[in-house]
Ligand binder design. Sequence first.
Ligand code: UT7
Length: 349
Amino acid sequence: MALSKIAGIGMYAPQKVVTNNDLLKYMDTSDEWIQERTGIKERRYAHRTDETTTTMGVAAATIAIERAGITAQDIDFIIFATLSPDYYFPGCGVLLQRAMKMKEIGALDVRNQCSGFLYALSVGDQFIKTGMYKNILVVGAEKHSFGLDFSTRGRNISVIFGDGAGAVVLQPTEEADRGILSTHLHSDGESAELLAMYNPGTHANHWTEQKLADFDDAEIAEMFMSHAMIDKAQLFPYMDGPAVFKKAVEKFPEVIMEALHKNGLQPTDIKILVPHQANLRISQFVQKKLGLRDDQVQNNIQKYGNTTAASIPIALCEAWEEGKIKEGDLICLASFGSGFTWASALLRW
Ligand code: UT7
């Protein structure tokens, strides 16, 4: 059975750089607090009107496709991971298919937030291994800047997130012990509400303590989207940061070790670990726990903040562009985030 390999990788970071000090205009925060708690110095914001999650995905995909030595017409399946889609529906996959003038191929949207890229990569990997597709485009892209609470009320979330996109092309490889060796996906929905954007949604009861029986149909319909939601700032993401942090530092090492054990490998075998860029303190904790050297861990949250589904392909792309990844190197990708979901992938480049 042919394994799948990353045949091309690309990234896109919007031009606009937003420093921590720039955020002081909107909220009560400080460069010192943000750097100390997260490691972030700056992030990128997409153009307010000219750029969307899809256009950024297209920019990253264009580079990945070119580096794979193929054209957009050769792609036979799209997997697009994001939590900040252009539309509530349809998803960004079809918008990318249209924008890149691709054939009438399948376009799958993945909604696994910080683990979105690894879930997408894993799905693509299975389609390649079964022989169903030969050139799969996997994209992770986010335009967070459009949906954040920039008042002091939302500062624990808004200072963290940034915009950007990353993409890879998956192809089969006949070389033994090369490509994606294994992927590992997990979830625990018990904590779904600890990092979530509840509205608009069909849950109806998360934002009111009154019994639904007290509401008529028109009022119930209002629960999907209403003026009250806007007034009460219920259309922004919510995060219990410390609870997420606590679980993240437990699950990152666990899922990385799961991948290593599965393949009979040790942390010392890893050339580069590319963790989802959630918080530099989380990455440093994971590095220490696994006994990895500085040169074994790729961190770029300082420049981009947390770009959720885009963070792993962006960090992987930068590592590759910086010449840190050579043929035959063992690469570990790992994520943890909303859901909770967590995942890892082990690749022999
Ligand atoms: O990618 C998805 C997965 N997400 C994560 O993995 C995020 C995990 N969590 C974290 O990274 C951290 O919890 C945060 C960076 C979000 C927050 O850091 P923390 O050290 O856990 O801070 P905290 O939420 O416990 O808040 C400490 C204090 C509070 O003030 P009081 O109550 O002690 O007076 C907050 O109001 O810091 C305050 N605070 C801020 N102060 C200045 C929260 N956000 C800010 C801010 N600027 N931006």
